[in-house]
Design a protein around this ligand. Structure first.
Ligand code: NAD
Ligand code: ZN
Length: 369
């Protein structure tokens, strides 16, 4: 399988995704941008800085005039305009101009925030993604969606801004804690479910190796997921149609995330949301009962939840109405026609969603029965 993929925008090559087992080749990749007279600012968070900050900074420094590092406290709480402002201040203080470059080193929070800074600082500077979580490698670093949260609204302010390069060091995935790693698996399983039944079966067949993070297997997995994400965003870069399929599990998933005030990780909420969406697909006789139960139960070996007592079902339903993926007031819900084939549907009713949410909900007392 290819060691690199080229992502096209408007049918023209726009940027490469490079798959490596270390950071060693990053310097060589930077050579294509002719940075001898340019500065690079690495933007990262406090956790990732401790793990790879010094190593990446010294590697990059050899390929540009100056390399500085800006770090902010890890966590979604930092993904806001205040941190963006601090980044602008840092760039101004270090004299960054339009030809200098930003490098996002971290998970989706770092990538989204850095991309937004890159889209807006001096009306736009170039940036590179070096994603270090599974979620960032298979999802957020590809496709050019950037942004930050505003007040209690997630990703409310943002821009489309394509990176110049996505450099993946797959060996960093071994440093992730289990919960973060498996939360990323929700998006991986989603890719199989919406686009590629054979890939989904492959994931199920390899759940032990994937759980053990065997490097060959997870390299193949990340590549296959990147191919799916690339194909979808190439067809629909600004989310007019096809890209909505990536939202499978996200209408109810986002509502759960918000109702639980982010106590569950994004991927965990998406797994619950996918169970709901598969349930509605079964009830509409698009999936068989066996297919529904298999989809549901196959999240378990990947340490993802398939039911919860922690939600308030009516509130979750209420929050689905705030879904950003609305089209003239109608929710664009993603259903499965079969494993590997998702479709957009704007006719899903509140009652169908209520039934689906009650399928994943049980009362706390039932825990002790
Ligand atoms: N732009 C998009 O298309 C898109 C798509 C999906 C999600 N997102 C966004 O991505 C964000 C979530 O990303 P995330 O799950 O990567 O969260 P994150 O960036 O907060 O990373 C999770 C945690 O892992 C730590 N970490 C990162 N790399 C590590 C490593 N190699 N080893 C150990 N720890 C490491 C981080 O410091 C953080 O504490 C959300 O803000 C979401 O909105 C964006
Ligand atoms: Zn997601």
């Amino acid at each position: 399988m290819a060691e690199r993929l080229t992502v096209e925008v408007d049918k023209k090559p726009a940027y490469d995704i490079v798959f490596e087992a270390s950071f060693d080749a990053l310097g060589g990749e930077l050579e294509q941008f002719d940075l001898k007279e340019r500065k690079i600012c690495i933007i990262t968070d406090s956790n990732v800085e401790k793990l790879y900050g010094a190593c990446v900074q010294s590697l990059v420094a050899e390929h540009c005039r100056e390399c500085v590092l800006f770090s902010f406290p890890a966590g979604e709480e930092s993904k806001n305009l205040e941190t963006v402002q601090k980044a602008y201040e840092f760039l101004i203080a270090h004299g960054f101009d339009r030809k200098d470059l930003l490098l996002a080193l971290g998970g989706g929070v770092v990538g989204d925030l850095t991309g937004f800074v890159a889209a807006t600082y001096l009306r736009g500077v170039a940036f590179i993604q070096v994603p270090t979580t599974l979620l960032a490698q298979v999802d957020s670093s590809i496709g050019g969606k950037t942004g930050v949260d505003f007040k209690s609204y997630k990703n409310m302010v943002g821009a489309f801004k394509m990176p110049k390069l996505v450099y993946m060091n797959l060996s960093v995935l071994k440093d992730l804690d289990d919960r973060q790693y498996f939360a990323g698996m929700a998006e991986v399983l989603k890719h199989g479910l919406i686009k590629d039944g054979a890939y989904y079966e492959w994931l199920i067949d390899h759940f032990v190796e994937i759980g053990d993070r065997e490097i060959d297997i997870i390299t193949e997995m990340v590549k296959r997921s990147c191919i799916i994400k690339k194909n979808v965003v190439e067809k629909d870069p600004t989310e007019q149609g096809e890209r909505a399929l990536l939202n499978f599990g996200h209408t109810i998933g986002h509502a759960i995330e918000k109702q639980m005030d982010f106590a569950y990780l994004h991927g965990e909420c998406v797994a619950l949301g996918m169970v709901c969406a598969a349930y509605i697909s079964w009830k509409r006789e698009m999936l068989s009962m066996e297919e529904y139960y298999e989809i549901r139960d196959m999240f378990v070996p990947f340490q993802l939840p398939i039911s919860t007592y922690k939600i308030d079902p009516e509130k979750v339903l209420e929050y689905t109405k705030n879904d950003k993926k609305m089209d003239a007031g109608k929710i664009k819900f993603i259903l499965l026609k079969k494993v590997g084939r998702a479709v957009i549907d704007t006719s899903v009713t509140a009652e169908e969603m209520r039934n689906a949410i009650s399928e994943i909900y049980y009362k706390e007392e039932e825990l002790y029965d």
